[in-house]
Design a protein around this ligand. Structure first.
Ligand SMILES: [Cu+2]
Length: 290
């Protein structure tokens, strides 16, 4: 009883925690579905997952019921004389044709989704290169002003210095010192590579995950629809600190992005601080309006 109560309390706590932190997306305690989608692509992935469940669950239940029925009804004790039946044409036709139909229903949207993931709807407006290192990320903006920086997990001792003490917004093991900043509703191309071993650039709320392979550049893209801070992680077992190379992307308005970028070229910590101050200021304004 106490175990159940503990679980309920934790689930309730997770739900409350999420309500507070709607401006960010990160894994939640006791989460057992996908994170809320922040791109159209992730929405399509979530839809496809729900869609396939409509096939998988009935098939699993049917097979379990048939197995149970056979074990119960046709065991040796109840059936001292085994049946001599060798085949039944109708049943054989059904169990050949039905799986083919089911596979077609799954394959067609699956291929459509795969094609959509490789074909951005419009031309990317911004290109960012992400290079995986053991165990942090380098980001490089492919624009005429040179901007590149390293993004590593934030040590607890540096939280105060960077103004990231609020652990609901800057969770443990996911917060970085310098986030990748991109404008909202903008097609962003990400070129992904590795500097030493294979890493993987994964951002669940955007529905992207792509390997970072040394000597090779992989491409992916996203168009974030919501402002806020989004968390992902390296998703390839890359070494002893694999679990400590989070990815944080801050999505802001075009204007905030332009201001940030202009300043970041010469003063990245200053630009981040100014951006955080502005985002927090807007948040309190929204809260006051509520
Ligand atoms: Cu890695």
């Amino acid at each position: 009883m106490r175990v159940i109560r503990n679980i309920l309390a934790r689930v309730g706590g997770a739900a409350a925690g999420f309500a507070v932190t709607s401006a960010m997306a990160a894994p939640q305690p006791w989460e057992w579905t996908f994170q809320p989608a922040a791109t159209d692509m992730m929405r399509q992935i979530t839809w496809f997952q729900d869609y396939t469940l409509w096939f998988i669950i009935p098939i699993t239940v049917l097979v379990m019921v048939l197995l149970g029925y056979c074990i119960f009804r046709f065991n040796a004790k109840r059936n001292p004389v085994p049946s001599q039946t060798t085949h039944n044409t109708l049943i054989e036709v059904i169990w050949t044709v039905l799986p083919v139909v089911v596979l077609l229903f799954i394959a067609i949207p699956s291929f459509q989704l795969l094609t959509a993931q490789y074909n951005p709807k419009d031309e990317p407006k911004l290109t960012v290169k992400a290079t995986g290192n053991q165990w942090n990320w380098d980001y490089e903006y492919e624009t005429k002003d040179q901007l590149s920086f390293n993004s590593a997990i934030l040590a607890d001792s540096d939280r105060a210095k960077l103004g990231k003490e609020d652990r609901t917004e800057y969770p443990r093991l996911l917060t970085v010192d310098h986030e990748l900043v991109v404008p909202v509703n903008t097609m962003v191309r990400v070129l992904v590579t590795g500097a030493d071993v294979i890493h993987s650039f994964a951002m669940p709320p955007f529905g992207i995950k792509v390997d970072a392979v040394p000597g090779r550049i992989n491409e992916t893209w996203f168009k974030a629809e919501k402002e806020g801070i989004f968390y992902g992680q390296c998703s390839e077992l890359c070494g002893k600190d694999h679990a400590f190379m989070p990815i944080a992307i801050r999505v802001v308005t075009q204007e905030q992005y332009d201001n940030w970028y202009k300043m970041a070229v010469t003063d990245l910590p200053g630009a981040n601080k100014a951006l955080m101050a502005e985002v927090d200021h807007n948040k309190t304004k929204v809260a006051a309006a509520d």
